[in-house]
Design a binder for this molecule. Structure first.
Ligand code: ADP
Ligand code: SF4
Length: 673
């Protein structure tokens, strides 16, 4: 038998009455599918089990109608009629010999009950979280009794649905059990309030109830936030976080440890690196003999082995790494490490959940498409017949399309204008905080390099004149997009009025090394990451920077990727001047003139260089200007319609999956209804 240094990752782990076949543990994660799209969900989870994850868990699963998380699509287990949907998932997971875990939740202060219109319950009479004008009802003794029964009933239904691990959940500020635990939300004066022992009482009761109800055959896990990163106002690992672990140390069969809130737990690569929760997980491990699972966006098998050998944890918890590569465990097992599709930590997956839409992933275009389009992360149907394809452009769309088409067996040539592959991703990965995004290119280039049927020609610009000379009948244009410098943006089709006194730059200029000087104004009407990272870059160059946006927050859309607060904090810490709620109107005498979005009042801001982060123009002239009749001639990615990187990658995959099927309408897919 060959001994690999990764063998330790494939050791079985006993978790109460069940045994995980290895140490790869997909912790609960949202996916925007939940009870609304059960077949899509089951197939997605089943593919993770197929890829080697020894444990595959659900997302939050509501246990009662008074904890309804509408509009978000989470799991639902209100009564027996919900069992069948969940059984689809456990069957799909068991088919591959993995264990299925369920995260039961009563949201308390985080629930709004938009669908059921029932009141929600909490430790005290208090406003619900998240700005909705509603208060929760303080629970009396009967309410507490009822809640314990709802948990117990849900645990029994979980067992009937086939789950092997049943969670008691007190994390992310999203569970009533955590609201009882945290001083922040509990000011009761009875035996469920006051001391930590009292505040932990309900959590302990539910944990014991669950064990009594299903503990004979199911493992009972406790998922807990050991630090809320709020200092003395919340749970601190160095204080009550430790005390509560000590208090409950040997009760659960498994500790699933993280930090709160979700923004901190699912931190992006812009703010946290692999293994960033180690200190918390390690601390819990030192306080219990029960197995511990922890997360930290682990994609490196060496880092995983080190975590286990150093006694930080027993099971490698992963949400995002399992989304980006459902086959990560099998690739480690088969020593195909360089084919791991590493998560880039962008949280586009999270943004889907925030939109209550089925999950997507920048790295893995098949995520969410497993059932509805029958896509698989590692397999693709063979080509219909021998054919060769010219792809113009080696950005994320072109590379994904080339890789997938080559996997189907087609012969591929990529013509790339520049000296390197990577397009916007390579360029953007050099901006502050975005280095891990390069993995989108690294994964695909590495795969392509090993394939005999793909060739990349660099410094090969395709033009309207020479496109026919390549001699291809099948041509896919993936030439990307360029940032506009004319001022057009989502608020106006008007071109920016200017008198030539200010240097106007686009993000492309900055990435090409054309730098601003003097007083810099960055106008952000894009609202994603670009303007924020350029502000950081300009501060690194010691320039005076003013960030202006019509929105009421910096990088407003990044609320969906859980980054907004951190970005605004960072810019303020770096002394970027921030002007919110103002639209750019014109440039006059070395000043930008801005108008308040509410009153229309104008203000002038001194400016030598203006960076416009507004919108992009598709680089589609090869396609639109071509009158030749090629057999297949398509336009994909940003060249079709500029968007996020995930969209470009998906567009490349969609083109490859449907290539050669003339009669297939790619807008049609299985509807999970
Ligand atoms: P996408 O996100 O859609 O993949 P990118 O802008 O990231 O788009 O990548 C487009 C790639 O196409 C870039 O690497 C660019 O250099 C290349 N490209 C653009 N125009 C041409 C052209 N006429 N011939 C060859 N390559 C081109
Ligand atoms: Fe990772 Fe981004 Fe994919 Fe989420 S969307 S799993 S953060 S690569």
């Amino acid at each position: 038998m060959i001994v690999s240094r990764y063998d330790i990752l494939f050791e079985p782990v006993k978790i109460g009455p069940v045994i995980a076949p290895n140490r790869f543990y997909q912790v609960p994660h949202c996916n925007g599918m939940g009870h609304r799209f059960p077949r899509s969900l089951a197939k997605m989870r089943g593919i993770k089990a197929e890829g080697g994850w020894g444990v595959v868990c659900t997302e939050e699963v509501e246990i009662h109608p008074s904890s309804d998380i509408t509009p978000y699509n989470q799991g639902r287990l209100w009564d027996d009629s919900d069992i069948a949907n969940l059984k689809l998932m456990t069957d799909a997971v068991h088919e591959h010999g993995s264990l299925a875990g369920i995260e039961l939740v009563y949201q308390g202060l985080a629930g709004k009950n938009h669908y059921t219109r029932l009141p929600t319950f909490a430790p005290t009479h208090a406003s619900v979280l998240g700005g909705y004008p509603m208060q929760a009802r303080a629970m009396d003794k009967q309410d507490i009794k009822n809640l314990r029964k709802w948990y117990r009933d849900a645990a029994i239904r979980s067992k009937k649905a086939g789950f092997d691990i049943v969670y008691t959940y007190a994390g992310h500020g999203l569970s009533v059990l955590m609201h009882f635990l945290s001083r922040q939300h509990n000011d009761r004066v009875d035996e469920y309030g006051g001391s930590l022992k009292n505040r932990a009482r309900l959590l302990k009761e539910v944990l014991i109830d669950t064990k009594e109800a299903v503990g004979d055959t199911c493992a009972v896990a406790l998922r807990i936030a050991v630090d809320e990163l709020l200092g003395k106002d919340g749970i601190q690992a160095s204080a009550e976080g430790s005390d509560v672990i000590e208090m409950l140390a040997e009760i659960p069969d498994l500790w699933d440890v993280n930090i709160s809130s979700w923004e901190n737990d699912s931190a992006t690569s812009r703010f946290s690196k692999e293994g960033f929760q180690e200190q918390y997980t390690k601390h819990v491990k030192s306080l219990t003999t029960k197995p511990v699972v922890g997360v930290g966006r682990f994609t490196s098998p060496d880092a995983m082995v080190s975590q286990i050998k150093r006694g930080v944890l027993d099971l490698i918890g992963a949400a995002r790494p399992s989304i980006a590569d459902p086959f990560l465990p099998n690739k480690v097992r088969d020593n195909k490490l360089d084919s791991i599709r590493e998560c880039i930590g962008c949280n586009i997956c999270v943004s889907s959940d925030n939109y209550a839409a089925p999950i997507r992933c920048t790295q893995n275009p098949t995520m969410g498409e497993e059932w509805r389009r029958n896509w698989h992360p590692e397999k693709i149907k063979a080509k219909h017949k021998d054919d060769s394809v010219l792809i113009v452009g080696a950005g994320p769309a072109g590379l994904e399309c080339a890789h997938a088409l080559a996997n189907r067996g087609y012969d591929i040539v990529i013509a790339e204008k520049s000296r390197v592959a990577g397009g916007r991703v390579l360029r953007e990965s050099k901006l502050p905080g975005l280095s891990e995004w390069k993995r989108v290119i690294d994964y695909r280039l590495n795969a392509i390099k090993q394939m005999a049927n793909v060739e990349i020609y660099y410094e090969s610009e395709v033009t309207e004149e020479n496109i026919s000379e390549f001699g291809y009948e099948n041509i896919i244009i993936a030439t990307g997009a360029l940032w506009k410098k004319n001022g057009q943006n989502r608020d106006t089709r008007r071109h920016l009025k200017q008198d030539g006194t200010v240097k106007i730059l686009s993000p492309d200029d900055i990435m090409d090394g054309i730098l601003p000087d003097g007083k810099v104004v960055i106008y952000d009407a894009d609202n994603y990451y670009m303007a924020g990272v350029l502000a950081e870059k300009c501060r690194e160059l010691s320039l005076d920077v003013t960030y202006i946006t019509p929105e009421s927050k910096v990088s407003a859309w990044t609320e969906n990727t859980l980054e907004q607060g951190k970005i605004q904090e960072k810019l303020l810490q770096k002394n970027v001047k921030v002007k919110l709620n103002h639209r750019l109107n014109e440039i006059q005498d070395n000043r930008v003139v801005v108008r308040c979005v509410y009153t229309g009042d104008t203000q002038r801001v001194s400016c030598d260089s203006l960076i416009l982060v507004t919108e992009r123009h598709p680089n589609d002239f090869l396609y639109t200007g071509n009158t030749n009749t090629f057999k297949n001639f398509s336009l994909i990615g940003d060249a079709y319609a500029p968007g996020i990187i995930a969209q470009a990658v998906h567009s490349g995959r969609l083109q490859a999956e449907t290539f050669g099927d003339k009669d297939v309408d790619s807008s049609i897919f299985n509807r999970d209804k």
